[in-house]
Design a protein around this ligand. Structure first.
Ligand code: DAK
Length: 186
C-alpha cells in the first residue's frame, strides 16, 4: 500500500490516508487501497475504526482535481462509482467508524467524513463543499449526507455558496460531534 496506513492498536485500528504532499486528496489509487484496507479489517479483534489523514494540515482536501480533469465521461463515471462504493462501505461498516479530522475536509474530504458514524475534529479543521467553484456538484454522496446531518437549508447554503466553515461553526450546525485542540499532550 502506498497511500493507506493501517495500524491495529488492540481493539481499535487507525486507518490513515497518507498522501500528505497532495493534502491527502483522493485519487483512484487511494480509493482502491482504502477499499482493500476495509476488506482486510479483522472484525474478530477490532471493535472500532478511526479514519484520519496524515499530517496536521489536512484530513482530505477532496477528490484529486488533477486526476479528475483528465477523465473521459466513462472514466469519470467509474471514478464516481468507485468513490461512492467505498464511502458506502464505510457507512455500513459493521463496527463504528470515527473520523478524526485534522485540518482541511473539503469536497470529497467532507463527504468521506460524513460517511463515518461520528466526526471529531481539531480546532484547525475547515469544512466545505467547494465543487460548484469547479463547475461540478458534490459527487460522493455529499448532497444527501450533508442534508441529513445539518438540514436541507444549511446543506444547500454550503453547497450553493461553496463557503468554507471552521470547526466551531461545524460544531454549531451539527456537522461534527466534538472539537478538540490540535495541540497534543506530551
Ligand atoms: N486534488 C489534488 N491535489 C490537491 C488537492 C486536490 N483536491 N488539494 C490540494 N492539492 C495539492 C496541491 O495541488 C499542492 O500540490 P503541489 O502544487 O505542491 O504539487 C498541494 O496539495 C498543497 O496544496 P496548496 O499548495 O494548494 O496548499 P495551500 O495551503 O495553499 O491551500 C487548500 C490548501 C486546501 C486551500 C488548496 O490546496 C485547495 O483549495 N485545494 C483544493 C480543494 C478542493 O477544491 N477540494 C474539492 C475537490 S472537488 C463526482 C465525484 C466526486 C467529486 C465530484 C463529482 N462525480 C461522480 C460527479 C468530488 C469533488 C471534489 O472533491
Amino acid at each position: 500500500m502506498d497511500y493507506i496506513l493501517y495500524e491495529q492498536k488492540g481493539q481499535y485500528a487507525v486507518v490513515t490516508i497518507n498522501r500528505e504532499k497532495a493534502l491527502n486528496a483522493l485519487n483512484s489509487q487511494v480509493l482502491e487501497e482504502l477499499d482493500k484496507t476495509l476488506d482486510a479489517v479483522n472484525l474478530d479483534e477490532v471493535r472500532c475504526l478511526v479514519l484520519t489523514g496524515a499530517g496536521a494540515k489536512s484530513f482530505v482536501a477532496g477528490a484529486d482535481i488533477g486526476e479528475m480533469s483528465t477523465l473521459t465521461k466513462a472514466e469519470g463515471e467509474a471514478f464516481g462509482k468507485k468513490g461512492n462504493d467505498v464511502f458506502r462501505k464505510l457507512e455500513v461498516f459493521p463496527i463504528p467508524v470515527i473520523a478524526a479530522i485534522n485540518g482541511f475536509a473539503l469536497g470529497g474530504g467532507c463527504e468521506i467524513a460524513m460517511s463515518c458514524d461520528i466526526r471529531i475534529c481539531s480546532d484547525n479543521a475547515v469544512f466545505g463543499q467547494p465543487e460548484v467553484g469547479l463547475g461540478i456538484t458534490p459527487g460522493f454522496g455529499g448532497t444527501q449526507r450533508l442534508a441529513r446531518l445539518v438540514g436541507a437549508g444549511m446543506a444547500k447554503q454550503m453547497i450553493y455558496t461553496a463557503r468554507n466553515i471552521k470547526a466551531a461553526e461545524a460544531y454549531r450546525i451539527g456537522l461534527v460531534n466534538e472539537v478538540y485542540s490540535a495541540e497534543v499532550d506530551a
